[in-house]
Design a protein around this ligand. Structure first.
Ligand code: PLP
Length: 377
C-alpha cells in the first residue's frame, strides 16, 4: 500500500483552469477575484463580511490586532491547538492564559475559562477542535457576563454548524484556514469572518499595511496618487489566483464535508469492535466538519508504540496536538505547570489522528482498520 497521509487536498482540472485564467489576466494580486472569493465565503457562511488573507495565522494575527486591546491584556485560549492560536496573542503583546479542555470533546472547558478570568481578561479565543464546534452558548454567556470579545478559531470548522447555524456567525471574529489539509485550499490562505462593520473595515486595512487604498483604487485615469497609512498593518494579502482556487473549491465544500462525515461514520462503525479505542463525544446540536479523525488509545496500548507501528505500515498517523505549554518557547517564557491541565495531559498521552480526507477510498480506510485490528499489544 502506498503511504496514506492523514490529510490531503483535492484539486481537479476545473480548479486548475480557474487558476490558469487568472494567471493569464492582468490582475494576479489585489484584483477582483479577492472580493469575489470573500463574497462567496459570506454567501456560504451567511455572514456579512469576510476578509481573505494569506494564511489562517495572519487571519488570527489581524483579528487580535483589530480589537485594539490594552498592551498586556489577558486572552484565554486552549493549549490543545496548533501553536498559531496562542502565538497570535503574543504577536500583539498580550498574554495567553490557557484553560483546560473537556475530557470528552477535547474542546476548551467553559468552567475552566470562568476560573481563569481576572480583571485583565479581555477576550477568549476558542478552537473548534477537529471540526466540532465548542460549547458556544456557555462561552457566549461568559463573554457577556464579563464583557469579553470572542474570537473563534474555526480553522478546523469551515462548514460546521452549531444549533443549525453556520460557524462564522457566533463570535465577534471567526478565523478560517485554507491550508491543503483543510476543507478547501488556496495553497496557503485564510480569512476572518465578522458581522461587525467597524472591525471589517479595520481588518481590510490591516492586511495591507494599514493603508486606506489598495492598488486597484490607485489605478486608472481618475485615481489620485495619495493614500494614508492609518494603522501599523502588514502585507498579509492573498493573490487573485489563490482566490480563484478558493472560489472553485468552495463550490465543492459541502460534498467534501459529506465525504468526511461518511468516512468518520465508517471508522466509528469499525471501532465498535476494538476494545482499546475510545472515541470522542459528539454533541447533538452540531454539524461536525471532520477536519481530523482522532481516537484515544486506552491501556495497555502505548500511543508512541502504536504510532511507530502504523507509520511502519505506511499509514500517516499524526498527533494533534502537543499542548502549547509544552513547547520550549512557551516553557521558557511562561513556565506553566502541566499539572494545571489534567485533561489536556491525559488526552495528549493517548490521542492519535488517523487518515481522513475526501479523496480517501474504500480500500485505504479498510487497510487502516485491518492494520489496527491486527495490532499486537
Ligand atoms: C487550529 C488552527 N489554528 C490556526 C492554524 C493556522 O492556519 P494556517 O496554517 O493557515 O496559518 C491552524 C493550521 O493548522 C490550525 O489548525
Amino acid at each position: 500500500m502506498d503511504f496514506i497521509p492523514y490529510g490531503m487536498h483535492w484539486i481537479d482540472e476545473e480548479d486548475i483552469n480557474e487558476v490558469a485564467n487568472v494567471l493569464r489576466s492582468n490582475w494576479i494580486t489585489t484584483g477582483p477575484k479577492i472580493k469575489e472569493f470573500e463574497d462567496a465565503l459570506c454567501a456560504y457562511i451567511g455572514c456579512k463580511y469576510c476578509v481573505a488573507v494569506n494564511s489562517g495565522t495572519s487571519a488570527l494575527d489581524i483579528a487580535v490586532q483589530s480589537l485594539d486591546l490594552p498592551v498586556g491584556s489577558e486572552i484565554i485560549t486552549t493549549p490543545f491547538t496548533f501553536v498559531a492560536t496562542s502565538n497570535s496573542i503574543i504577536y500583539n503583546n498580550h498574554k495567553p492564559i490557557f484553560a483546560d479542555i473537556c475530557s470528552d470533546t477535547f474542546n476548551i472547558d467553559p468552567e475552566d475559562i470562568r476560573r481563569k478570568i481576572t480583571k485583565n481578561t479581555k477576550a477568549i479565543i476558542y478552537v473548534d477542535y477537529a471540526g466540532q464546534p465548542c460549547d458556544i452558548k456557555e462561552i457566549k454567556e461568559i463573554a457577556d457576563e464579563f464583557d469579553l470579545y470572542l474570537i473563534e478559531d474555526a480553522c478546523h470548522a469551515l462548514g460546521a454548524e452549531y444549533d443549525n447555524k453556520k460557524i462564522g456567525n457566533f463570535a465577534d471574529l471567526t478565523i478560517f484556514s485554507f491550508h491543503p489539509v483543510k476543507h478547501i485550499t488556496t495553497g496557503e490562505g485564510g480569512a476572518v469572518a465578522t458581522n461587525h462593520t467597524e472591525l471589517y473595515e479595520k481588518l481590510s486595512l490591516l492586511r495591507t499595511h494599514g493603508i486606506d487604498k489598495n492598488a486597484m483604487d490607485r489605478y486608472g485615469p481618475s485615481a489620485s496618487w495619495a493614500y494614508d497609512m492609518k494603522y501599523l498593518g502588514r502585507n498579509y494579502r492573498i493573490t487573485d489566483f489563490q482566490a480563484a482556487l478558493g472560489i472553485s473549491q468552495l463550490k465543492k465544500l459541502d460534498r467534501f464535508i459529506q465525504k468526511r462525515n461518511e468516512l468518520a461514520r465508517t471508522y466509528d462503525e469499525f471501532f465498535k469492535n476494538v476494545d482499546f479505542i475510545r472515541l470522542p463525544a459528539i454533541k447533538g446540536n452540531v454539524r461536525h466538519a471532520w477536519h481530523i479523525y482522532t481516537i484515544l488509545l486506552d491501556e495497555p496500548v502505548n500511543r508512541n508504540d502504536f504510532f511507530n507501528y502504523m507509520r511502519t505500515e505506511n499509514i500517516g498517523v499524526n498527533v494533534h496536538y502537543i499542548p502549547a505549554y509544552k513547547h520550549s518557547y512557551y516553557r521558557n517564557v511562561f513556565g506553566l505547570d502541566p499539572k494545571d491541565f489534567p485533561n489536556t495531559e491525559e488526552v495528549f498521552k493517548k490521542i492519535i489522528t488517523l487518515p481522513l480526507y475526501p479523496r480517501m477510498d474504500e480500500e485505504s480506510i479498510r487497510y487502516v482498520y485491518d492494520k489496527i485490528k491486527s495490532y499486537q499489544i
